[in-house]
Design a protein around this ligand. Sequence first.
Ligand code: SF4
Length: 409
Amino acid sequence: MKYIEEYRNNDQVQTLFHAIRKTVKHPWYLMEICGGQTHAIARYRLEELLPPEIRLLHGPGCPVCVTPVEIIDCALRLASEPGILLASFGDMMRVPGSRDDLLRIKACGGEVRMLYSPLDAVTLAGKYPEKEVVFFAIGFETTVPVHLMALKEAICRGLSNFTLLTAFFTVPPAIETILSDQENKVNGFLTAGHVCAITGNIPYQRLTEKYKIPMVVTGFEPVDLLYGIYRCVCQLEKGAYRVENAYKRVVPERGNPAARAIMEEMLEPCDQEWRGIGILSDSGLKLKKEFESYSAKVKFASLFKEKKETSDKNIFQPEGAVIPFRETITSFPIPSSQENIVSLQNAAVSFSHQATASPHSCIAGKIMRGLKQPSDCPHFGTICQPAHPIGAPMVSSEGVCSAYYKYRV
Ligand code: SF4
């Protein structure tokens, strides 16, 4: 397959390993940002084949992993409300909120749909004008424009029953947080090619200059990843620091002007909470005032207020941990029919009454800041596995713990 096989070619891979071994003279910590890169690294066992001087750290680029519990609880609350149809991508279905997940709400009678595109949610809004259709839209700069396109389509079609429940993240503030940490070990970054395909490379130039650290725009196949590592090591060994594009076949220097234009038109920066990391200033994007009527957070604010008042004390777990909800799931009443959905609604509100501090210490936040590895977590592969995850990185298809579990256990 063109553009795939040549970037998995064994001769190319061996040539790059050889070049890296020849170049590296000092120990370096490199961080790949994106969860897709982390999975490719684990899948192709690249980490084990690198010279011992190079250690890879795995950054906060899995959107499912950094989505705060509070917003997931908002999605659960909406999904349990009669008359609301909540749709999202498959990845979000099993991510635990403070006490449950969307699949469980669906099993209890909530109207939850797993879709492949937010445009399908717009279609649903047209088909069911009597329902409120909410698309649970999370993501980095890569996917944000797709959600906005769907919203524009809904506006064009005059669909006032379509809203977005958003958690939009931007990468540069997260990198800055990692670099400002006194414990920071990262010497160089492999930035996510698909994010840069939208934003271009300019947002990273200020960071390289301020922190004197190389950043290499990198792709997702083994040859791309090894080439990114090689270019980063070349800079580090020479004492250089600049943004370098090692993924030119996809990333134009200035990104995608059309995608950036729709983001500038509809969104503005906001402080955003990152699960396991905390609230980072201006690290999120929210709908501008003129589009607020399409924000589920605004339109259904009264539902969230009701929930917040019952849950302020215990909804957020600072290290990215979630309640091991499967231990308490039997206490949750399952409505036997759509009529019983009111009991579901009440139960969703009462989740937070039952929530207590997790007895487990999920270290996802430390892993995403490059301070720990999944293997440092005492729960990894024991009580925390994809079938019964404790933290989001074990649930998500881009999570670092699920990558280690899938390819290294
Ligand atoms: S293995 Fe589980 S508990 Fe440990 S850091 Fe990963 S998600 Fe959290």
